[in-house]
Design a protein around this ligand. Structure first.
Ligand SMILES: *Cc1c(COP(=O)(O)O)cnc(C)c1O
Length: 393
């Protein structure tokens, strides 16, 4: 593409984004939390009743209960953030130092960090253009090449000699990854499946809530997510045993039912304070409305970008219902790096906050030597995909 053409196409994209948000004056942020009177009084109630800390409280119980219903799991354990929630979930399924965990190369860095924080080794795999999640065909081929089932039916990495213990599926921007196939692959290769559903509260895969497919799943309530508790995460599972293990690890592994102050593992100070749960609980009551508005915003973007010809709006994967947490446009064609950069610079100059897709995790400095599959699509996505203002208001 000639420089002049790059400029005019970038300008067109910024104009189109503005058009979608026509009724709004001023800058367009990527995210915006919305709070109302009900949120304020829920938090005030926690303070008034003295339930503010991480030692439980009525709103914490109610928050866990509500999320478990939405996710379709029997148990939910609220923790201080989803990154820690993932680490705890990994430990609960038996990931130990030096074990490998399969992680898609396209995700927020927290997915890989949660493995590293417990001494595990992220093993990066390829992503699919249809949903930005793990490419299951490529994963099967990769595991049959580098994996070997040995001693007691466990999967080992032939190249590193380490055991591969778990597989983490990520639902990027709220779009479900191919959960039925991931469940199958986890069975075949004897892996624990964990869903990083941080972005996907309220999404469905084939009529079943996302977060109910893995042995455990983790939702985030960070400030930029679809609803927020100020900061927070929720570990969901239908296994009473796994739920108990997570709760135990999140409460400094304190042994109950004894007069001694006894701790039987190295646990975490990880329980969500009731104060945060109070906000999260109140926010949940508007989840359905937010999802509806996010979808309307997606349709508005789709409409406006329909006739552009050199890019399209990232849509919903087949047989899925997405919560459309974060909207994205995809640049068609190849070699989009300078085009992408021109769009980002121009938009940010004009007060339209855009964000490039995450740099593929296997290319980040801390992970440059980590084990990996053959990854090419994920690298292309990082220059082709741009997140656009996703405020449904
Ligand atoms: C936000 C996010 C996390 C981490 O959530 P925190 O609650 O901020 O720790 C993990 N994975 C993905 C995909 C995320 O988007």
């Amino acid at each position: 593409m000639k420089y002049k053409e790059i400029g005019s196409r970038a300008a067109l994209i910024v104009d189109k984004i503005r058009l979608v948000h026509e009724s709004r004056a001023g800058d367009l942020p990527l995210h915006e939390s919305v709070f109302d009177e009900a949120d304020a009084s829920s938090v005030a109630e926690a303070v008034k009743n003295g339930f503010v800390s991480g030692f439980g409280g009525p709103q914490l119980d109610a928050f866990e209960n509500e999320v478990s219903k939405i996710v379709g799991c029997d148990h939910a354990v609220a923790v201080v953030n989803a990154t820690l929630g993932l680490s705890i979930a990994l430990r609960a399924v038996g990931v130990e130092p030096n074990d490998e965990v399969l992680v898609p190369s396209i995700s927020f860095v927290a997915t890989a960090n949660s493995v590293s924080h417990i001494g595990g080794v992220p093993h990066f795999v390829e992503c699919s253009p249809s949903n930005l999640g793990i490419d299951c065909d490529a994963l099967e081929i990769h595991l049959s090449e580098v994996g070997s089932i040995r001693r007691g039916g466990f999967l080992f990495n032939k190249l590193t000699g380490r055991r591969i213990k778990a597989l983490v599926g990520v639902h990027v921007f709220g779009h479900p990854c191919e959960l039925d196939r991931l469940v199958r692959i986890a069975e075949i290769f004897n892996l624990a499946l964990i869903e990083d559903a941080a972005e996907a509260l309220g999404s469905f895969f084939k009529c079943r809530p996302v977060g109910s497919f893995g042995s455990l799943s983790v939702i985030s309530f960070n400030g930029n997510k679809i609803v927020t508790s100020g900061g927070g995460g929720m570990i969901c599972t239908s296994s009473p045993d796994l739920a108990q293990r997570c709760r135990h690890l999140a409460t400094t592994a304190k042994v109950s039912g004894t007069l001694d102050l006894d701790h039987d593992q190295i646990g975490y100070n990880g329980r969500l304070p009731n104060l945060n749960a109070a906000l999260g609980l109140s926010q949940l009551s508007r989840l359905a409305e937010r999802i509806e508005k996010k979808r309307a915003l997606y349709l508005a973007y789709k409409d406006v970008f329909e006739d552009v010809g050199f890019c399209h709006v990232l849509g919903e994967p087949e047989d899925c219902i997405s919560n459309f947490w974060l909207q994205a446009i995809v640049l068609d064609g190849d070699d989009n790096l300078s085009f992408r950069n021109e769009i980002l610079v121009r938009a940010n100059r004009e007060g339209v906050q855009l964000r490039p897709l995450w740099k593929p995790l296997h290319l980040l400095k801390p992970y440059i030597n980590s084990p990996r599959a053959n990854i090419t699509c994920a690298i292309d996505f990082s220059t082709d995909i741009i997140n656009v203002p996703s405020n449904p208001a």
